[in-house]
Design a binder for this molecule. Sequence first.
Ligand SMILES: Cc1cc2nc3c(=O)[nH]c(=O)nc-3n(C[C@H](O)[C@H](O)[C@H](O)COP(=O)(O)O)c2cc1C
Length: 242
Amino acid sequence: MDLARILNYRRAVRIYDRGRQLDTEKVKRCLELATLAPNSYNMQLWEFYHVTQPELLAKLSKACLDQTAVSTASQIVVFVARQDLHKKRAKSVLDFETGNIQRNSPEERQEKRIKDRKLYYGMVMPFLYTHFLGVIGLIRILITGVIGIFRPIFRQVSENDMRVVVHKSCALSAQTFMIAMANEEYDTCPLEGLDSKQVKKILKLPSGAEINMVISCGIRKGNEGIWGERYRVPFEEVYRQL
Ligand SMILES: Cc1cc2nc3c(=O)[nH]c(=O)nc-3n(C[C@H](O)[C@H](O)[C@H](O)COP(=O)(O)O)c2cc1C
């Protein structure tokens, strides 16, 4: 399929054909493609829980308020935002980037570039992603506020802002996954109508993990699978050319 056809094919499917199963390996490959999504600072603060076991699917269905998009799904993927893994991810990006610079940068520039990356992933990232009762966010706001008097600076640094940063990137991986699934003519439905506390408990997630989106998967049940025609507000209402 070409991209326009894939995007038109993808719909939020609310009823799946229970008689048609998905190839688990294909779904896994779609998740591998999801990791190619652009993401903030390349920190990749996401995890994907690919659920295929019937008893876990039943539990998740309950936690997702028994919506038919979940109760009829043959597989479910839970996209989890992992801000709590920022130190681990920063270290692995720094390790990779150090090698990347050594392999691909001109020798005379390597030292400075590696030093910059160390500053970035060794100090700036931990400072941005650390949180403690809003206090560290307030310190960041003060610092950026002062620097911002003299030059443009990234200002979305409160602890809530940083949660948005992490969830935004995770949602991009979720969208990439849904597009990859549509390319296989597999259907999905993204959901946030759920009890996140219960979902975390079912998946045995640590307290620092946050549910970004649950995506049910299956193959649509004919016309019944979709709630009628697709609605979008007129394009002119959302498009501004400047
Ligand atoms: C973040 C997010 C949360 C959603 N939550 C639900 C949900 O809980 N239940 C549901 O049936 N659909 C849910 N949807 C699907 C939307 O209702 C659907 O994408 C929208 O109506 C547009 O339809 P389309 O995806 O077929 O183009 C959600 C979509 C997104 C992006």
